[in-house]
Design a protein around this ligand. Structure first.
Ligand SMILES: [Zn+2]
Length: 373
């Protein structure tokens, strides 16, 4: 459990590459980051990127390795971790899991590899843009971003990649205005002035990455988006999964609501108003933004008929989060508590070579992994 954090040469290769890239990028493009364009500033920035890349990767590996180990590396733990901490591998592997076939992405070695890549890339980007306030909340933000809040930051890393590619495409083929990162530092969040978003005029935040947000720190929409950054850090997988869960629960009812209250021509207003504007995480963020959800650009009198007042959102949130919490407790109990005990029992009471909780996937094809508890 402990040595596999450190003994993978591929992981060290990835982290060394991130660290090297961070340092070189900072020196070569020293006038493209924040307002400090000096050589000494570039050196320090590069060092911060390199250190956070290595630390981020190792902390994420340690966290995922521990979670897997506590459940005897079971496939169920792999799936739960895939959903809760990387999202996409969990979604992908749900079908093979239900069909009782081999997992594709949520094997032990793959999850440790994802941890290396997301922790490393997230740390590298955050160090290069100097987002963490080391005289304050950065000490909480950084460790959370590469552990508990990994699901949001996995998608956040995809945002970094899209905006990075877009930035250079925009520099070469266009007016160079796309994918620019804000020059402010130590705000505990990334901000891309113009970049990937789901809808024109709307910012898009995943993990610590706020994209398509042209408002400076302190402004209304900035406060909205940074609320999501801290919601993700505070609630981790519960934030990501209940945000998506709320959308899933209300998708069909919202379509009926829109057809009945507005008309067939406005069917799609249902999901927009119920899955997004009525979403409790959004209601909270719009409150911080100090904006009425019914007055947001694009909403008209028809939308106002079906967007709920805040007290309705709170009322529906109570049963919703109660059910979500019960489901989370059931998953944690069956994956970690039961299988952990089954593993312990198997180890104490029998020397049988195979128990139900034996790892299905052996790290790097090792013949029979020795167990370290
Ligand atoms: Zn929002």
């Amino acid at each position: 459990m402990v040595e596999r954090i450190f003994n993978d040469p591929i992981a060290w290769g990835i982290l060394a590459a991130f660290a090297g890239v961070a340092f070189l990028f900072s020196l070569i493009f020293k006038d493209r980051f924040d307002n400090d364009t000096s050589a000494s500033g570039a050196t320090l920035r590069g060092l911060e990127g390199a250190i956070l890349a290595v630390l981020g990767g190792l902390i994420a590996r340690a966290f995922i390795s521990l979670l897997l180990g506590m459940a005897n590396n079971s496939p169920a733990a792999g799936l739960a971790i895939g959903w809760g901490f990387f999202l996409i591998p969990g979604i992908v592997d749900t079908i093979p899991y239900l069909l009782h076939s081999q997992p594709l992405l949520t094997t032990t070695e793959n999850l440790l590899l994802f941890a290396t890549m997301v922790g490393g890339l997230s740390g590298m980007a955050s160090g290069l843009w100097r987002i963490y306030a080391w005289d304050g909340l950065g000490w909480i933000g950084f460790p959370l971003d590469v552990t508990w809040a990994l699901a949001g930051n996995t998608v956040g890393c995809l945002l970094h990649i899209i905006n990075f590619v877009g930035y250079w495409a925009s520099q070469i083929f266009s007016d160079g205005s796309w994918g620019n990162h804000g020059t402010e530092t130590r705000e505990n969040a990334h901000r891309y002035d113009k970049g990937f978003g789901l809808k024109p005029g709307f910012a898009f935040t995943q993990g610590a990455v706020m994209s398509n947000l042209d408002e400076a720190p302190g402004q209304d929409l900035y406060r909205h988006e940074r609320t999501h950054v801290w919601q993700n850090r505070a609630f981790g997988p519960m934030y990501t999964l209940t945000y998506l869960g709320w959308m899933a629960v209300w998708l069909i009812p919202s379509i009926f609501a829109a057809i009945i209250k507005i008309g067939v021509s406005r069917t799609f207003s249902g999901p927009k108003d119920w899955c997004y504007f009525n979403n409790p995480w959004e209601t909270w963020a719009y409150k911080v933004q100090n904006a009425e959800r019914t007055d947001i650009i694009g909403n008209d009198d028809e939308d106002r008929k079906i967007i709920w007042p805040g007290k309705w959102v709170i009322a529906w949130s109570i049963p919703f989060f109660l059910v979500a919490t019960v489901l989370a407790v059931l998953v944690v109990n069956s994956v970690w508590v039961d299988s952990g005990m089954a593993g312990a029992t198997a180890q104490t009471h029998s020397a049988a070579p195979k128990s139900k909780s034996q790892p299905q996937s052996k790290p790097h094809g090792a013949p029979a992994p020795a167990k370290h508890k």
